[in-house]
Design a protein around this ligand. Sequence first.
Ligand code: GLC
Length: 442
Amino acid sequence: MSSYKRKKTVGDTSWFVHDRFGMFIHFGLYSLPARHEWIKTMERISEEKYDLYFKHFNPDLIDCKEWARKAKAAGMKYAVLTTKHHEGFCLFDSKYTDYTVMNTPYGKDIVKEYVDAFRAEGIKVGFYYSLLDWHHPDFPIDVIHPRREDGEELDKGRDMKKYAEYMRNQVTELLTNYGKIDVIWFDFSYAKNPDPVKMLAFDKGNPPPDPNKKPWMQGNGGKGKDEWESEELVKLVRSLQPDIIINDRLEIGGDTVTPEQSNTYSWRKDKETGEYLTWEVCHTFSGSWGYFRDETSWKSHKMLIDTLIKSVAYGGNVIMNVGPTSRGLFDHRADDALQAYADWMKYNSRSIYGCTMAEPEFTAPIGTFLTQSEEGDRLYIHLVDYPFKALVFDGLEGKVEYSQFLHDGSEILFTEKDGKVIFELPVVQPQKITPVIEVFLK
Ligand code: GLC
């Protein structure tokens, strides 16, 4: 058994640390402008203009079953869909606002379609719910709000308490109307005194606001646990869905730690107890979460595969994002990226599912990343940087019973000397992306 003691979580994370790989789906009105999911605030789009996206929201080609089949083929075992993003638009039927999919030309509850389709494929279902809301009339104007320049007028009379209650009402709907939900993903908290320059990095060409002239942009502009009433929200979530996994963006901790768009080369521990934390990194295929037509910085297939390997090698999960087009389809670049996972996972998923960071007695040779089965009997050497002819693994002598390539189950011969195991490899890399040596330990 793995010797790493994981900090106990309130929600049920037992399946989560086994499954390792999930699909994030960012879908909303921002899929129409197709220029980033923050577009409303990036371009300070007026309500009138943004309403056009609401009026024309009609993903006529959507087929959540197809989404689910693609996720499954890619090896993804759970999914998280944006039920509401910062723009405030709800993909579900809600009693508490008209700003939902039901009042668009599409007119059907997409959250329901998603839940049914993913569950039918045996994929666990999660909901993303934005704490920010750039549509709700009670959400106080702040430094990243699309109406930030008009705060003087618009901020008057806004009541954060009412908004916090609105969130609880909606979360109650989400967690009672759709059966068992496995994950709830709240996003996000920003400090009490947000640095306007940093927060407005997207607001290119505009000078940063002068907080002396715009008081709603400083001090209480930022929002966190007090504004969201995080404690109460979590209590509510736990009462409705006791096993659900809650992420850590409510500013009061959570079951999972959720870094974003980064590679992690250590397994984060609890500062007090030294126990290992449950974590999940979220990534995009390209630079945006919502569908972005003209964005071209798509990650290579190798980067995508290696990101997953590296995360599991440090005891973590990956949730990889797809932003469907406004017609409800994954575009060809997303399909292509998912296919890369499908091709690799078909043969290599054994080094991912049920695996974690290798025991400290194993030091990864240069150019490789290790994972080990939770039971401890198998070690997986990921040849991220393919070596020439041989791989020398120090400290492994006497521990190997048998070894093979994972993708084709072909034996890898080895010799042992001075504490080392020398695996004999073909000069030509046998698999396009990152082959894996499966080592059966004695
Ligand atoms: C960031 C982005 C947000 C996205 C989220 C996913 O917070 O601002 O748009 O939904 O990351 O982690």
